[in-house]
Design a protein around this ligand. Structure first.
Ligand code: SAM
Ligand code: FES
Length: 359
């Protein structure tokens, strides 16, 4: 136990570890060590963000997807799911409702839907930018060309979430069909960063084939890429996917990893995800207490929520946006935090922009 605590203290001081040191921490399932990491991570998060939790309004714009990721409930070959795609008007109306509720970041997330041409996307982005000039626009619509990312950035998008899913090529190939490429996914993240997006990578905890060795690579990728955000949540099986019978990730491991990531990168934006709230009724509160500082409630129209079912029993699919906001407000209050009405940019990004003298 003492050696592991020493390693966590080293991570806190130096913000990096060797592969062998990561391996020791990532193999560990000692509750006392996790408790130590949790307390330190919470302290570091409070030093950077205070007791303010950033919120992002998630708009699930389409469940059409050309990909066939083995874990995902909206994969191409799941013919049981009823497909939908929001119109530009619906997206704007979700954002309008969200704005009234206090959201200052909108996340447009969806499957890789071929009808989302650059032109279509850029028009939505421009309209959102015009109507909500004080808001950040985040995209999470998968792998695209450099040109496409560039055009959407120029249209006004600020951030991009693209979980790398795993930093280990062999593991990537367990999770994805042959036509998908690990190298391309990582390349996309680097391109997004080069263009100037605030970038979020991340992975599922406990996905089939994940081992301490693959997690070491995830931590090393985060150390090297220096993303503004890291999204991690437990893998939860979906009944109509090839991984239907696999076991899900645990809340304990997710919380421990959240703490280690916070200690590794004290100013990173770290969401307590809906999947964590799905496997544990107080998962999101526990996530915040373990170092997370972001919540991403759903602003999608209730009529389509159930159709964006990435995994079984996803929570909050029946609630109106206002109910979700209230529910989260009460949840964070119950642990002594508050929801911020704020764009919630990453501190490292704000500093970079100040240096460049850009607003
Ligand atoms: N198409 C975009 C992309 O590929 O980045 C965004 C949508 S994708 C559904 C968003 C994330 O959901 C994925 O990056 C994945 O990590 C997560 N996800 C998918 N299936 C999941 C499952 N069964 N359990 C937990 N998370 C899942
Ligand atoms: Fe495309 Fe899941 S397989 S979003």
């Amino acid at each position: 136990m003492e050696h592991k605590v020493n390693l966590i203290e080293k991570l806190d001081r130096e913000h990096r570890l060797t592969s062998a040191e990561w391996d020791v921490l990532l193999r560990c399932d000692n509750k006392e060590v996790a408790k130590f990491a949790e307390k330190l991570a919470r302290k570091r998060a409070k030093e950077v963000f205070g007791k303010r939790i950033y919120t992002r309004g998630l708009i699930e714009i389409s469940n059409y997807c050309k990909n066939n990721c083995l874990y995902c409930g909206i994969r191409r070959e799941n013919h049981r799911v009823e497909r939908y795609r929001l119109t530009r008007e619906q997206i704007l109306s979700c954002a309008k409702e969200g704005y009234g509720l206090g959201f200052r970041t909108f996340v447009l997330q969806g499957g890789e839907d071929g009808t989302f041409t650059d032109e279509w996307m850029c028009q939505v982005i421009r309209e959102l930018r015009k109507n909500f000039p004080d808001c950040a626009i985040t995209l999470s619509i998968g792998e695209r060309t450099r040109e496409s990312y560039q055009l959407m950035y120029e249209a006004g998008a600020n951030r991009y979430l693209l979980r790398h899913e795993t930093a280990d090529k062999n593991h990537y190939e367990i999770l994805h069909p042959k036509e998908m490429s690990f190298e391309h996914r990582i390349e996309c993240l680097r391109t997004l960063k080069e263009i100037g997006y605030q970038v979020g990578c991340g992975f599922m905890v406990g996905s089939p084939g994940q081992t301490p060795a693959t997690l070491v690579k995830d931590m090393e990728l985060i150390t090297e890429l220096q993303p503004e955000m890291v999204g991690i949540g437990p893998f939860v099986p979906h009944h109509a996917t090839p991984f239907a019978e696999e076991s899900r990730g645990t809340a304990e491991q997710t919380l421990y990893l959240l703490s280690l990531i916070r200690i590794l990168k004290p100013d990173v934006l770290l969401p307590a995800t809906t999947s964590l709230g799905t496997i544990d009724p107080r998962g999101r509160e526990k996530g915040i207490l373990a170092g997370a500082n972001v919540l991403m409630p759903n602003l999608s129209p209730t009529a389509v929520r159930k159709q964006y079912e990435l995994y079984d029993n996803k929570i909050c699919t029946g609630d109106e946006a206002a109910e979700c906001r209230n529910c989260l407000e009460n949840r964070v209050k119950s642990i002594g935090y508050e929801l911020a009405i704020d764009r919630g940019d990453a501190p490292s990004f704000q500093q970079r922009m100040q240096k460049l003298n850009v607003k």
